[in-house]
Design a binder for this molecule. Structure first.
Ligand code: DSN
Length: 403
């Protein structure tokens, strides 16, 4: 690379990544093949539209790449292409969620989503994001008693508030989600059920979390968390009108767009321009990697590592919210031991351990300096870490935080 400034910065970031312990729950390390695909000539190409229907010439190879990513995505999640379609063009998770709301929720309509403070995502209706500005959030949280979702409480909220869409799938909720119950919640309001599986799509692919597809109308995901692909997003949508919904009646002869058709239009031309074809090529590589026995084993190890790390910290006196985890992530209440989340994460970073500060349910502190830390093991498991490493890591974290 001729540009030495950028070259040096890239080398410095590579060195940083190699030298730290990375417990950021939403990060991972991609394979060399995924990295190679990202740095290819596909980044030069404009491909507005979809395979076979582009607004630019010269897309014969690009079409094959996008179709490969589509086929592999459907295969990975065991979906019948007659029943489900997938759009692999969203630039990331937030644009994927915008595209869904734009397609399915009337302006000013209601999005029932978990509050950020309880583990939801900004794009699930929070007031500082587009999702809470153009639509109204109907917030829900976890129970104060056990910090888990109380599905009966959600049913009551849905019946009362009648949201247009119910969103499940979270950024900081360590427990398994009961998608059947979430379907009942959506049905109680006649709403669509959207599953944002960004954090858990890799676990679902690896068989470590129940699949949402039986119950969901729409499923969105990022591609770079446990799934271990390049940064990007996908939207899976039914090739019909939603679970249990009949084709709406129209003036004769008019065909009605299915959910998938509506999503396609919403992504392009509704919101995005040209897809990032280098991302999509790299995604195709990652989806094949995830469709393997070794990826399944990787996700099993992720769960073992998270359970071990959280369990060992618990043994050393740290409160883990909801009492533990079933997934790749858990939350640690550091305020209970007199430390703020910011102080704790800064102390760990000084010692080469990267985490992120996070609110805990019913936090009495602000998101800028909350009571908790969010820890995940997806990245360190990729680097080959096992239970014994997690025990040593818990001991180190405990020592650093109690100094
Ligand atoms: N997906 C979020 C995270 O969990 O880190 C960022 O938007």
């Amino acid at each position: 690379m001729k540009d030495t400034k950028v070259k040096n910065l890239l080398a410095a970031e590579k060195k940083r990544q190699k030298s730290v312990i990375n417990l950021v729950a939403s990060e991972n390390y991609v394979s060399d093949d995924v990295l190679k695909a990202l740095g290819t000539e596909t980044t030069n190409k404009y491909a507005e539209g979809y395979p076979g229907a582009r607004y630019y010439g010269g897309n014969e190879v690009i079409d094959k790449i996008e179709n490969l990513a589509i086929d592999r995505a459907l295969k990975l999640f065991k979906l019948n292409p007659k029943k489900w379609g997938v759009n692999v063009q969203p630039h990331s998770g937030s644009p994927a969620n915008i595209a869904v709301y734009q397609a399915l929720v009337p302006q000013g309509g209601k999005i029932m989503g978990m509050s950020l403070a309880h583990g939801g995502h900004l794009t699930h209706g929070h007031g500082v994001s587009f999702s809470g500005k153009f639509w109204q959030q109907v917030p829900y949280g976890v129970s104060e008693k056990n910090e888990k979702i109380d599905y009966d409480e959600l049913l009551k909220i849905a019946k009362k508030e009648k949201p247009d869409i119910v969103v499940t799938g979270y950024s900081a909720y360590p427990r398994k989600i009961n998608f059947k119950k979430m379907r009942e919640v959506a049905d109680a309001a006649g709403a669509y059920l959207m599953v944002d599986m960004a954090h858990i799509s890799g676990l679902i692919a690896g068989g470590q979390h129940p699949s949402p597809f039986t119950y969901a109308d729409i499923v969105t995901t990022t591609t770079h968390k446990v799934l271990r692909g390049p940064r990007g997003g996908m939207i899976f949508a039914r090739q019909d009108y939603g679970v249990g919904k009949k084709a709406p009646k129209t003036k004769k002869g008019k065909s009605v767009p299915t959910l998938f058709d509506q999503i396609q239009k919403s992504v392009f031309p509704g919101m995005q321009g040209g897809p990032h074809m280098n991302q999509i090529a790299a995604l195709a590589v990652a989806l094949k990697e995830a469709d393997s026995a070794s990826f399944k084993k990787y996700t099993e190890q992720v769960i073992k590592n998270t359970k071990t790390l959280s369990g060992e910290l618990k043994k050393r006196g740290w409160r883990i919210t909801s009492g533990g985890t079933d997934s790749h992530v858990f939350l640690m209440d550091v305020w209970k031991e007199g430390l703020t989340g910011k102080e704790a994460s800064e102390r760990l970073e000084k010692e080469g351990i990267i985490v992120n500060m996070n609110t805990i349910p019913y936090d009495t502190r602000s998101p800028f300096n909350p009571s908790g830390l969010r820890l995940g093991t997806a990245a360190e498991t990729t680097r080959g870490k096992k239970e014994k490493d997690m025990i040593a890591l818990a001991e180190r974290i405990d020592k650093i935080l109690r100094k």
